[in-house]
Design a protein around this ligand. Structure first.
Ligand SMILES: N[C@@H](CCC(=O)N[C@@H](CS)C(=O)NCC(=O)O)C(=O)O
Length: 217
């Protein structure tokens, strides 16, 4: 199968290691599927041809011999349907992995992003201090529920699935805010995901492109 994935040539340091093509690179590495990366810049993002591939001009976009698609969660699920490394190879196994991919993107990430927006707001904005406790309380309720489900398991379904892959990428977004400090079990789960060799290869692939295309100082 010939697989092509889009990613940025370069992004500012704060975003390096967090661009969402990482999810797809990681899934491909777990599945052991070879792939090519098409590196794009702002001009490509705005082009009509790229918008036909990714309507919002974002990364990642993906194509293989069967389909062209976008949205990192959808791409990871497409790969999970093709690799036992990402889901139990049965309809029920794929449904369970899909459940956790959607839970990561729908039930955790919006709350994580609310907190990140507050934390990253310019200092001194009065709404920031007012909103933070409410946003933290909402996020903590979700994290406590996730923590309760994980319990003493290594992975959400007992074995690693696409759901753990996407959930790890969502939890990583919370490290800088300190939000995981109150949830050592979830933080250890996040670290377990990041310790997987496939994650390391995916990260290195993303960072290598940024090193190769760093603007001249
Ligand atoms: N929901 C999309 C989000 C993709 C996304 O946010 N991509 C960012 C990079 S991490 C991007 O390309 N941002 C540029 C933009 O929105 O113009 C997905 O998961 O694929």
């Amino acid at each position: 199968m010939s697989i092509v994935l889009s990613a940025y040539k370069w992004v500012p340091p704060f975003a390096q290691g967090y661009v969402k093509d990482l999810r797809v690179r990681w899934a491909l590495e777990e599945a052991g599927l070879p792939y090519e990366v098409r590196l794009i810049d702002g001009r490509d993002q705005a082009s009509e041809s790229y918008r036909r591939w990714q309507p919002f001009g974002q990364v990642p976009a993906y194509r293989d011999d069967e389909v062209e698609m976008f949205e990192s969660g959808a791409i990871v699920l497409h790969l999970a349907a093709r690799s036992a490394a990402l889901a139990e190879p049965s309809a029920a196994g794929l449904a369970r992995a899909s459940t956790w991919v959607l839970a990561a993107l729908n039930s955790i990430e919006p709350f994580a992003q609310d907190l990140i927006r507050v934390v990253d707001a310019p200092p001194g904005e009065p709404w920031q201090a007012q909103r933070r406790p409410q946003v933290e309380a909402q996020l903590n309720r979700r994290l406590a529920a996730l923590d309760g489900w994980l319990g003493d398991k290594d992975w959400l379904e007992g074995r690693f699935t696409a759901g753990d892959l996407v959930m790890t990428t969502v939890l990583r977004e919370l490290v800088d805010s300190g939000a995981l400090a109150a949830f050592p079990t979830l933080d250890a789960y996040r670290r377990r995901g990041e310790a997987r060799p496939a994650f390391g290869r995916a990260m290195e692939g993303q960072l290598q492109a940024f090193r190769d295309n760093a603007p001249a100082a």
